[in-house]
Design a protein around this ligand. Structure first.
Ligand code: ATR
Length: 268
């Protein structure tokens, strides 16, 4: 039996175990997916220990995504983003990937949104914002990053190809954008809060909200009301998991089955 898992602190309410175990069942893999919660100063020992125990793969979440970058051999994209959310064990050093980035691109693709040649606004410059900004730029978008702390957005923009950055006072750039990503936590467990004034939304926009609790955030409701394409946070969660599954197993992820397992546990 292969063991996969998630390391984070806390990991209590993770939806990854049912999502991945549904995929193992559907593909006939003899595998389990469990959660691990090492102390925050124990992550290096935890990764070494997992390797020694023959664990096949780990997802990594808050607060360890940056720390793990220095412990494993990151691929070039994870290195640029500065965060690893997926580790694959095997021969030699553990390999690190950032599947949050691919999750963003695949979420748009799944909704028939062509990214190449578009103008995109990413709200947020934390871990999710970094992954989204690099992913969109690599997919051919011209990216503007707007963040509460403007300096962080400018620093990120300086390393993302062809990107600009500024404070939340630059959110009006959404008026001329094709693509919008909310990569802040605004709206999480707070159905009335949105990071973006509704007046900037329009019908030519495709909006991805990384928040998945609730699924129908205020931002997505506002976007839907003006006729924009909406992509909820479960798609990003699903597709980052699907890409991790593909790195680990070499198989195509059974997206529909994973999606059902995930959505059965999420509420609108
Ligand atoms: P994650 O890894 O999920 O991206 P993070 O690294 O803590 O989490 O980043 C959180 C992001 O949400 C940041 O961009 C943060 O803005 P700051 O850089 O100014 O802190 C943004 N954020 C959090 N709360 C916010 C709020 N109330 N209004 C606007 N932005 C907020």
């Amino acid at each position: 039996m292969d063991v996969y898992g998630l390391v984070g602190n806390p990991v209590g309410h993770s939806l990854s175990p049912p999502m991945h175990e549904a995929a193992y069942e559907a593909t006939g893999l003899d595998a389990r997916y469990v959660t691990f919660e090492p102390a925050t100063d124990e992550i290096a020992r935890a990764i070494d220990g997992a390797d020694a125990l023959g664990i096949a793969g780990l997802n990594v979440t808050i607060p360890f995504k940056q720390d793990v970058l220095d412990i494993v051999e990151p691929d070039p994209l994870a290195e640029r983003i500065g965060a690893v959310n997926t580790v694959a064990f095997g021969e030699g050093a553990p390999k690190g990937y950032n599947t949050d980035a691919a999750g963003v691109v695949r979420a748009f693709e799944h909704h028939d949104v062509e990214l190449n040649g578009t103008t995109a606004v990413v709200v947020g410059a934390g871990g999710a914002g970094r992954a989204a900004a690099f992913a969109l730029a690599d997919a051919g978008s011209k990216v503007h990053i707007a963040n509460r702390t403007a300096e962080k957005a400018r620093e990120l923009a300086a390393v993302v190809p062809d990107a600009t950055g500024g404070g939340l006072d630059t959110l009006d750039q959404i008026r001329d954008a094709d693509v919008l990503v909310n990569a802040t936590s605004v709206g999480m467990e707070a159905p009335d809060e949105t990071p973006v004034p509704a007046e900037f939304l329009h019908s030519n926009l495709a909006v991805l909200d990384a928040v998945y609790a609730p699924l129908e955030t205020r931002l997505l409701k506002d976007a839907d009301a003006v006729g924009a394409v909406t992509v909820d946070g479960a798609w990003m969660l699903l597709l980052q998991g699907a890409v991790a599954f593909e790195h680990w197993t070499g198989l195509d992820a059974p997206i529909e089955v994973m999606n059902q397992a995930l959505r059965a546990r999420l509420t609108a």
